[in-house]
Design a protein around this ligand. Structure first.
Ligand SMILES: NC(=O)c1ccc[n+]([C@@H]2O[C@H](COP(=O)([O-])OP(=O)(O)OC[C@H]3O[C@@H](n4cnc5c(N)ncnc54)[C@H](OP(=O)(O)O)[C@@H]3O)[C@@H](O)[C@H]2O)c1
Length: 264
């Protein structure tokens, strides 16, 4: 299927690893003129080089922290007029005892996972409206609708993000600007392995791969029977970035192997 993305200008904010990189790869494969961002320069530059060589397209790396105004300005300067915008951002580490979550921890979570994506969308939506075309896809988390006591620093702020996009998407759809959210469940990504120590300390476990994995699988029933690869999310992300998705507005699509059981 031709996703009609060829030649479109696309940003993958958070595109050097994990689901962001997998999404960027699909967009590059489709022939988008791509900008990818991340905080860590070395991995970002390598990812951009690898993708442009593999897919024979332009991939521009921009070192930018989406959770800071300075980082966002760097992105805006590098790519003022994208057709496609996908955003993912790493939330603060898993919390331990919920009674020990402080106001500063909440502020950090909100600054990162809520205000970061909102400010990037708020900057780009007017131009997309003027040009009569835009696709925005937030890669957030299924804990936005599937509360998890150890993910208070990720889920609640993302519930607010999907609430925001539910409103804004319905306001801007008339101008050809379409916003949707992907809510991933458990994915075996670089980011997930970086959480090993935090996860262990949240549950008082020894920070050993096998101990954490056993605890994790015992406490997270995934009907599909496995943790996903980053690439399991990318086809849906690419479809939502495509002109073909013009009638899919303000949706929250859970990609979790069936872990979150609900009708909608
Ligand atoms: N993996 C899972 O099981 C899982 C489960 C539920 C939800 N999620 C959510 O899905 C999203 C993607 O997760 P992932 O596992 O694919 O993560 P990942 O492997 O860590 O990749 C995240 C990408 O985003 C970049 N990034 C993170 N924070 C950023 C920031 N503030 N500004 C700019 N770039 C940033 C990272 O590079 P730098 O670190 O260099 O900035 C990297 O390129 C996250 O929002 C995560 O909370 C993941």
């Amino acid at each position: 299927m031709d996703l009609e993305i060829k030649g479109k200008k696309a940003i993958m904010a958070g595109g050097s690893a994990g689901m962001g990189r997998a999404t960027a790869e699909r967009l590059a494969e489709e022939g988008a003129d791509l900008f990818i961002t991340a905080r860590r320069e070395e991995r970002l530059v390598k990812a951009a080089q690898e993708m442009s060589e593999q897919y024979n397209t332009i991939v521009t790396p921009v070192v930018a922290d989406s959770s800071t105004e300075e980082g966002r300005q760097a992105l805006f300067a590098a790519c003022p007029d994208p057709d496609i915008l996908s955003i993912t951002i790493k939330p603060p580490a898993p919390n331990g005892d919920f009674l020990k979550v402080t106001p500063d921890m909440w502020r950090n979570s909100i600054e990162t996972t809520l205000i970061g994506p909102i400010e990037i969308m708020r900057h780009y939506i007017p131009g997309m409206k003027e040009r009569g075309f835009g696709r925005i896809v937030n890669i957030a988390t299924f804990s936005a609708k599937n509360p998890m006591i150890w993910r208070l620093m990720s889920g609640p702020a993302r519930s607010a993000l999907i609430n925001y996009t539910a409103s804004v998407s319905r306001e801007v759809a008339q101008y050809g600007v379409v916003i949707n959210n992907l809510l991933p469940g458990m994915f075996a990504t670089e980011g997930a392995s970086e959480l090993l120590e935090d996860y262990a300390s949240a549950f008082g476990l020894e920070p050993k791969q096998e101990i954490v994995a056993e605890h994790f699988m015992a406490n997270n029933k995934i009907p599909a029977g496995f943790m996903a690869d980053a690439g399991d999310l990318a086809p849906m992300a690419a479809l939502l970035c495509s002109p073909l998705s013009r009638f899919i507005v303000g949706q929250n699509i859970v990609i979790d192997g069936g872990q979150h059981a609900s009708l909608f």
